[in-house]
Design a protein around this ligand. Structure first.
Ligand code: SF4
Ligand code: ZN
Length: 311
């Protein structure tokens, strides 16, 4: 059957929620256009800004690097640099470092690695052995706190104005559910996609925020992007995997439900953010231990390091 957009080539991708059947060029173009649309809708990238892209070696981040390189080429003047965080997970991260390096060489983007060990004095493997309780300290909550800080340090050290990550629509609605069940309504208020300045003017941007994860995988496949298929050995401890399965099952029988949920999350987030803006007791301050921006007296990185070191 022919592509519903150009009506010339064979269709290769059925977009269930819109009913479109797309050929390869129209599908690739639709993803690039959607990313560009998200960037301009939320004013994510300004003229001449330097962009650090967090690249793990997985499909999403390698695809983000390729898409940014392609769509920003038209406007020039945005430098892009790839940043990889080495968590120190044996037999997992080592492989992806090689994959990222090859990809960056291929598309001619500079690449830098920063490790937990050098930044925080402990690798993830060591942290897993030292943590006091598996239940209270899930691998991903420790790793998430370290990664956010590591990306900030990395972005500043390469003089970036923006820190781009490959969070997609699926990640966004899963994060909402995690915040919801943990009662963290402040975090829901921070989920609205317009980037906010923090830490000396740096901004975080998510150009893939309105893309379904399965479409990013298909883009990577059609573009011949090689990515790491191996999953993190600590991954299945996260409740995120349960929400991923939950939404994917719903989407099979109700195409478009994830997109509806995404829109509702943003509406809720905006209301919460606006209502809380001046009154929030959680307004950011400097961590008493390390001086980094924190929502509490002591930041989550310092708290985690203290608990690991006291074992
Ligand atoms: Fe870290 Fe969890 Fe991701 Fe593994 S799955 S790299 S532990 S955040
Ligand atoms: Zn701190």
């Amino acid at each position: 059957m022919n592509c519903s957009k150009c009506n010339e080539n064979d269709g290769v991708f059925k977009r269930a929620y819109s009913g479109e059947l797309l050929c390869k060029p129209c599908f690739l173009n639709s993803i690039e256009t959607k990313a560009l649309h998200t960037i301009s809708k939320y004013s994510m990238i300004g003229y001449g800004q330097r962009i650090a892209v967090g690249v793990s070696g997985g499909k999403d981040s390698l695809t983000l690097l390729s898409v940014l390189k392609k769509i920003l080429k038209k406007n020039n003047d945005n430098d892009v640099i790839a940043i990889t965080i080495d968590e120190g997970i044996e037999n997992y991260r080592d492989e992806s470092l090689g994959i990222v390096k090859n990809h960056c060489d291929k598309i001619n983007i500079p690449f830098k690695v920063f490790s937990y060990k050098e930044l925080f004095g402990t690798s993830m493997d060591e942290a897993m052995l030292k943590r006091p309780s598996k239940k209270k300290f899930s691998s991903c909550s420790i790793c998430g706190a370290f990664r956010r800080r590591a990306l900030d340090i990395a972005a500043k050290s390469v003089n970036a104005d923006l820190m781009a990550t490959a969070h997609n629509l699926d990640d966004h609605i899963q994060t909402f559910m995690i915040n919801l069940i943990s009662g963290d309504t402040d975090r829901i208020g921070w989920m609205y996609p317009t980037p906010m300045e923090y830490d000396g003017g740096l901004k975080k941007i998510k150009p893939f925020l309105e893309l379904y994860e399965n479409e990013i995988v298909f883009y990577a496949f059609l573009s011949g992007i090689e990515f790491q298929a191996e999953q993190c050995p600590y991954m299945n401890e996260s409740i995120r995997s349960d929400f991923r399965d939950f939404f994917n099952n719903l989407e099979k029988t109700h195409p478009g439900i994830k997109y509806n949920c995404y829109n509702s999350v943003n509406k809720l987030s905006k209301v919460l953010h606006d209502s809380n803006q001046n009154l929030s007791p959680y307004s950011k301050r400097a961590c008493l231990k390390c001086g980094n921006t924190s929502t509490n007296e002591v930041c989550s990185v310092c708290k985690t390091l203290f608990l690991l070191e006291s074992q």
